[in-house]
Design a protein around this ligand. Structure first.
Ligand code: AMP
Length: 302
């Protein structure tokens, strides 16, 4: 089994009440790949500029991440700057510089074209469809993330892409915007008509909810006293979720529920330090221990 991810590899500037960094490696595909690589082989497709050094690329080395699809071109990497509110529950985007990302036209290396699992991180829906067209065998599972920008500006493209997606993984405000429904169960029913048969709603400090035809499953966010930086939590959640499913070679209801827990585990580690720093140091034994902790968190007797 192999897991393909297509998305941003970036430099971020982040400000939260716990500190400030002017330039740290980020990007949705970066968080996703590092998180997923604890469970399975990851095929990474993205684009970086010539300001992306060997040292920067070290984040992918020594892990099960194949960077053959990481295109290098003249120019600067995608740059994003954001600032968090006092309690980290609101985020303001200060700067988005597309740079080399503006002309990104993902090309899958031959050996990535048979990936069994695909995660289309937040990029233009037209590009997401273009990626799926290059996959030669229907993947076992295709998941997609998107954002308000694409929901508002390219709704027709997004609808076309969604027809080929199994799992939609978005946050609660995006779910409501896409479906025009406030109630998340009604929103799920609307989304099922667009293509995806599983909806995973990422709800930050309130955890995550999965809805499919069989019903609803919820996981809490791991309670942390001092989260430092929520950047990349959603992508790390997606990495834990998809990585686990690709690694365990199953999409049964039981596997999907465990994937939700591993998603929440990876998301919780991501927020403990700035940028992907905590994920870089993370050990598989810590993931297992936190997953066991989730059992305790949610177990009760009737
Ligand atoms: P998240 O906190 O899950 O929204 O992910 C944050 C990451 O997404 C950061 O590392 C950014 O570099 C990246 N990012 C921010 N805006 C965009 C965008 N418009 N397209 C692609 N990636 C983005």
């Amino acid at each position: 089994m192999s897991l393909l991810v297509v998305g941003s590899v970036a430099f971020d500037a982040i400000e939260s009440p716990y500190g400030k960094v002017d330039r740290i490696i980020g990007g949705a595909a970066t968080y996703f790949a590092v998180a997923a690589s604890f469970f399975t082989h990851v095929n990474l497709v993205g684009i970086v500029g010539d300001d992306f050094s060997e040292e920067d690329e070290a984040i992918f080395r020594g892990r099960k991440i194949d960077t053959l699809g990481l295109e290098r071109t003249a120019g600067k990497c995608f740059f994003w700057a954001g600032k968090y509110s006092q309690h980290l529950n609101e985020r303001e985007t200060l700067v988005t510089e597309l740079n080399v990302f503006a002309d990104f036209n993902p090309k899958l290396p031959e050996k990535f074209r048979q990936s069994s699992h695909v995660f289309l991180a937040n990029i233009a829906p037209g590009l997401q469809t273009g990626v799926l067209k290059q996959v030669t065998r229907r993947p076992k599972l295709v998941a997609l993330d998107t954002m308000n920008y694409w929901i508002e500006r390219t709704p027709a493209d997004l609808r076309e892409t969604l027809k080929h997606v199994d799992v939609l993984m978005i946050n609660d405000s995006e779910t409501r915007q896409l479906s025009n429904e406030h109630n998340l169960l009604l929103a799920a029913r609307h989304i099922f008509k667009l293509g995806p048969q599983t909806l995973v709603v990422k709800r930050g400090e309130h955890g995550a909810m999965m809805v499919d035809k069989r019903g609803v499953f919820c996981v809490p966010a791991f309670p942390l006293e001092e989260p430092h930086d929520p950047t990349g939590a959603g992508d790390s959640f997606a990495g834990g979720f998809m990585g686990y499913l690709a690694g365990c070679r199953s999409s049964s209801d039981a596997a999907l529920r465990r994937a939700m827990v591993y998603g929440s585990v990876l998301g919780s580690f991501a927020v403990e330090e700035f940028g992907p720093e905590r994920l870089r140091k993370l050990k598989r034994s810590e993931i297992n221990a936190r997953a066991r902790h989730f059992l305790k968190l949610t177990q009760f007797k009737l």
